[in-house]
Write a protein that binds this ligand. Structure first.
Ligand code: ATP
Ligand code: MG
Length: 338
């Protein structure tokens, strides 16, 4: 019985090791590390949670998946990590199909889940070491020690999880996800409900991991977080990936402001002399709305006000408005469908 078990274990270890060593170097570094093609998901309830997602994550980048509650972020991550069954479509993790080559694909991936679930009475050391064993990796106390030290958990290595603070427990989840030395780390809302200090700490940690060569995919509701962390951002809304863009480009779009001028009279159309400005008529001709990027060196506001004056258009009041995340999602979705 024992011998049988041993053989089985050795076989599993061989498979894992084979999977981890199978990749041949040079040619693989240019291909995407995660490749999602035409992925859809309908839950058993009939709910259509993902609609034809196509996404490639580049090796070594920090990719932020941004979207409101219920958008489908966790569903997408859970499918890539093999926790939720995919519907139609394919997902490759470092070239391995997550369904037909599940183990090889999963071996590449570390997942820090959204929900905190830990075995309260285990010690930090045991729970992290156990996670590594689950992947059939040979014991490597040196690696576990490094991970715990990197996460400032070394002093707590013999503490039971129940005695840790919320932030420490979250770090234990990260340590578990890193225990088997994955190349791709998924962080599902790593900073939801954590204080400002811990959030900054988390950002630093993510950057350090990236510097060590790990590709990071994180989800967030917070534009600021995507702005702070990501190289590229994907926006998901109601199960659709509505855009994927370099961070700088997206922030440019998201950062727009509107200047709303409440006119003395009303206009039927925008006079030709104002055609150079990005203006829209609103409120039945009673308002002129000017959209601009406040980060631009020249916002165009001064020129606009001067041209209005020249055109003899008077206004009673003016206000500016920053687009809310919700408005941005709605307008992106609208643009996408046009
Ligand atoms: N097991 C399930 N069965 C049925 N519907 C589900 C299931 N899991 C999730 N959903 C639904 O799928 C949609 C997407 O959920 P998901 O958890 O992926 O969203 P999310 O973007 O991660 O949201 P949040 O920001 O709140 O974490 C939601 O409408 C949710 O109710
Ligand atoms: Mg989620």
């Amino acid at each position: 019985m024992n011998r049988k078990n041993n053989e089985a274990r050795q076989r599993i270890e061989r498979d894992w090791i084979h999977a981890s060593e199978a990749a041949s170097p040079a040619s693989l570094h240019s291909r995407p590390v995660i490749s999602v093609s035409n992925l859809s998901k309908v839950y058993a309830s009939g709910f259509h949670a993902l609609k034809n997602i196509n996404l490639e994550v580049r090796r070594g980048e920090i990719f932020a998946l941004l979207g409101p509650n219920g958008a489908g972020k966790t569903t997408l991550i859970s499918i890539i990590c093999g926790i939720v069954n995919p519907g139609a479509g394919t997902v490759l993790a470092d070239g391995h199909d997550i369904v037909t080559e599940y183990r090889a694909a999963r071996f590449k991936i570390g997942l820090v889940p959204q929900e905190l679930t830990t075995d309260a009475f285990e010690t930090v050391w045991d729970t992290v070491s156990f996670s590594r064993r689950l992947f059939g990796r040979r014991a490597n106390p040196g690696h576990i020690e490094k991970v715990l030290k990197d996460l400032s958990l070394w002093e707590k290595k013999d503490s039971k999880l129940i005695t840790l603070s919320g932030g420490m427990k979250r770090r234990v989840l990260i340590a578990k996800a890193l225990s088997h030395e994955p190349e791709i780390l998924f962080l599902d809302e790593p900073t939801a409900g954590v204080d400002v200090d811990l959030r900054r700490e988390m950002w630093q940690l993510v950057r350090a991991l990236r510097a060590s060569g790990v590709t990071i995919v994180l989800t967030t509701h917070y534009i600021e977080e995507a702005e702070e962390m990501a190289d590229r951002v994907g926006v998901i809304s109601q199960g659709e990936l509505i855009l994927v863009e370099d961070k700088a480009e997206l922030m440019h779009k998201l950062g727009r402001k509107r200047l709303i001028l409440h006119l003395e009279g009303s206009l039927e159309r925008i006079p030709g002399v104002l055609a150079v400005h990005a203006l829209e008529l609103a409120a039945g001709g009673n308002e002129l709305v000017y959209t601009y990027d406040p980060q631009d060196e020249r916002t165009g506001v001064t020129a606009l006000l001067s041209d209005l004056h020249k055109a003899g258009i008077q206004f009673k009041d003016l206000r500016t408005k920053q687009s809310s995340l919700e408005e941005i999602f709605v307008s992106l979705l609208r643009e996408e469908r046009q």
